[in-house]
Design a protein around this ligand. Sequence first.
Ligand SMILES: Cc1ncc(COP(=O)(O)O)c(C=O)c1O
Length: 441
Amino acid sequence: MNELSIPRPNNLDAFWMPYTDNKYYKDTPRMLARAVGMHYYTPENKEILDGTAGLWCSNAGHGRREIIEAIQRQAEILDFAPTFNLGHPIAFEAAARVAELTPPGLDHVFFTNSGSESADTALKIALAYQRARGQAQRVRLVGRERGYHGVGFGGMSVGGIGSNRKQFGAMLPYVDHLPHTHDPARNAYTRGQPAHGWELANQLENLVTLHGDTIAAVMVEPLAGSTGVLIPPVGYLERLRELCTKHGILLIYDEVITGFGRIGRDFGSERLGVYPDIMTMAKGLTNAAVPMGAVAVSDAVHDAVVHGIQNGIELFHGYTYSGHPLAAAAAIATMNIHRAEDLPGRAQAMEGYFEDAAQQMRGQPNVVDVRNFGLVAGIELAPRDGQPGARAMDVFRRCFDDGLLIRVTGDIVALSPPLIIEKPHVDRIFETLSDALRVVA
Ligand SMILES: Cc1ncc(COP(=O)(O)O)c(C=O)c1O
């Protein structure tokens, strides 16, 4: 890509933008027109440092040649072929490569096109598994308050963010929630996993007492990102795992953010040392160059469903684009980079420096908590009276205008840079953020 500026579009009306204050945006549009490495560029060619890997997804940095060329090559060979009762080589290759990377025992891979589709796919597989093993009464799904599992009806219902649900009526039936683990009174300014709160997992026992043997699965993010970075307390996931096993409940991890190196290992489960029966992924799988998601399941889950009937379709589920050739090519090229450059190792090597810089936000105006793990940090601000989210949104706009992309959710600033980040980038992120915090009242 050359360095010429790119013209702005004349008409902003037609695109109804997702999760956006459309009226405000279209009065004061901020655009990203191209990207390379750690940076975006506006149409006027102003450089914006990417503090969020796009939306938690461009882990290898932007404009990676190997991925671009893999997509181009594949488009010449096979633009599309269905995967319903047919196959194409690269989809199988991509699945095998994902299975090599996932923790041992999670070796069967179902392709989707997004994190939301992965969440709904995981929930459907869990229900199908329980039925296949003769436990058809297990129809309940348990999520967690403040969980985010995308915007499909399954993920939205099992998710626990009120603002994502309130416009949409009744949700799925038979869904319950565990309490969230945010406890600033005991855990504020924790580096890494907080010390307090493992016992909140015991709430699952209460749900079992309430619902008996009707719970099919529990779905949680091992580290909750979109709600504003909630890191699991020490011992919490261990307890959840123990209770799921004890009560015949599947444990699903939503690794859409924690997958592919974000917290210093290939997957969050490996870093945290607690493994699920089913895990979702998306985002970093293709470095976001082509949309793709996936669900990896254990042998037990796969075999119960697939060998549970003698012949015919075993799972009535799938997407036109499951295993799309261009996405498969992007995924393989991304996993090559992931391994060759040891992106998880890079993340882990940088996390101490990143943590020190993040924790220095303590004491800046309006900061009430800082938390971090791997290359993720959450900086929580006190809300303005009667205007939740407004202060953080002003910080977001100020940072952008000063050349830094951050993400805000409510009054929490979430940082999750590409894993190729270097120390001077870390310095710039936190210098720009502290300048903005000092200016925004
Ligand atoms: C944990 C988690 N699950 C699911 C999703 C939804 O992914 P998508 O926006 O690709 O549907 C996200 C998106 O941020 C996520 O963070």
